[in-house]
Design a binder for this molecule. Structure first.
Ligand SMILES: [Zn+2]
Ligand SMILES: [Zn+2]
Length: 361
């Protein structure tokens, strides 16, 4: 029998439950035990959403055993690489692993067109051209080789960016380094998930985060400790920790003003000796229920209960089967796309007896 204190991949989700999983809770300085930010939200109706997918976080996503055929919706809070770095992997791997539909990515505009999600998306597709085209010549992808970016206006205080199958996702501005970043609220089945990727406390998160079931807010280790740990001058540490992010007490202020059933702090570089200073700083402004998220935290939310567990995952995970009927014929490969090399490269191949190197549809 499995230990109820831990989550093991493959556990069924009951129809009335929202499951929120930390794929990455760290910083751009990616650590073995703390990947860059990413959150997975699975709903009892079968829907799956990814909110940010920073560098390294896809290793945790893969280990959770969610079929790639379901991973076709990503919501980016902003375009810092620690929040999108593994979009590359999800895009390329997903189409090989049975996401035969386009990958959809939502994100905000910016003050200038060149800094918005649409411009990012165009550049992203150009950057990925060789990778995607090379794979299309070897495997069936259906429409999986397509990626569609949905840019929304960053400045609108509250806007619906997704509404389908009983799921409503709204976005609202966040106060970070430049204009553009947004936060999200997902409502489904009378349950809500609110996620502030990066930023300072603001009226936007207070207005849109009221009575959330789970409110995830970034926080930094206090500036003095951050300076000491990272060898940065104190003023630079303060610029980062307080000027464009927020210390625990600032996140606590938001929790106090919104009263979530469970408050979640994340984006802290964790260290055993900082846990008490972080909590002491938080408790200056907030005395409600809170958890400091580590990677692989799993939160199951129902109307009556919020259950927190740590996931036990395989280090050497394999892909899981598609959630679709695997007996269905795979979409056809485009014969014009079949990979072929220039004659001078073909002529240089060393044929090995017993190895068929022809690529066929
Ligand atoms: Zn950021
Ligand atoms: Zn960040």
């Amino acid at each position: 029998m499995s230990d109820p204190n831990f989550f093991y991949p493959g556990e069924a989700l009951s129809p009335d439950t929202m499951r929120i999983t930390a794929l990455g809770t760290g910083m751009p300085f990616c650590r073995r035990a703390q990947k860059s930010p990413g959150w997975l939200v699975e709903l009892g109706n079968g829907d799956v959403f990814v909110f940010d997918l920073g560098t390294g976080s896809s290793a945790n996503l893969n280990a959770f055993g969610v079929p790639h055929s379901k991973l076709d919706k990503v919501f980016l809070t902003h375009l810092h690489v620690d929040h999108w770095g593994d979009l590359t992997s999800l895009y390329a791997l997903g189409m090989v692993r049975g996401r035969f539909e386009p990958l959809h990515v939502w994100g905000p505009s910016a003050k200038e067109e060149r800094l918005g999600t649409a411009a990012f998306g165009e550049a992203f597709q150009k950057m990925m051209a060789w990778d995607i085209e090379s794979r299309m010549g070897v495997v069936n992808t259906g429409e999986g080789h397509r990626i569609i970016f949905h840019e929304f206006d960053y400045a609108t205080p509250k806007k619906v960016v997704y509404e389908e199958n009983g799921v409503l996702i709204t976005a609202f501005p966040a106060l970070h380094c430049l204009d553009g970043p947004n936060s999200y609220r997902l409502d489904w089945n009378d349950l809500s998930f609110v996620f502030l990727g990066d930023g300072k406390p603001s009226q936007f998160i207070v207005e849109n985060g009221q009575n959330a079931d789970v409110l995830i807010h970034e926080a930094f280790v206090p500036a003095a400790a951050y300076a000491q740990k990272t060898h940065l001058p104190l003023q630079i540490a303060s610029n980062i920790a307080n000027g464009v992010h927020c210390p625990p007490r600032s996140a606590g202020k938001i929790f106090d003003l919104t009263k979530p059933r469970l408050a979640v702090l994340y984006h802290l570089m964790l260290s055993e000796d900082l846990m008490m200073p972080i909590m002491d700083d938080l408790r200056i402004t907030y005395d409600g229920p809170v958890v400091i998220a580590e990677d692989l935290l799993v939160i199951d939310v129902t109307k009556n209960d919020i259950r927190q567990r740590q996931a036990v995952l395989p280090d050497l995970a394999w892909p899981v089967p598609s959630h679709r009927d695997d007996s269905r014929p795979r979409p056809p490969m485009d014969p014009d796309m079949i990979a072929h090399l220039s004659p001078f490269l073909q002529e240089a191949e060393i044929k090995v007896e017993g190895v068929d190197t022809d690529i066929r549809t």
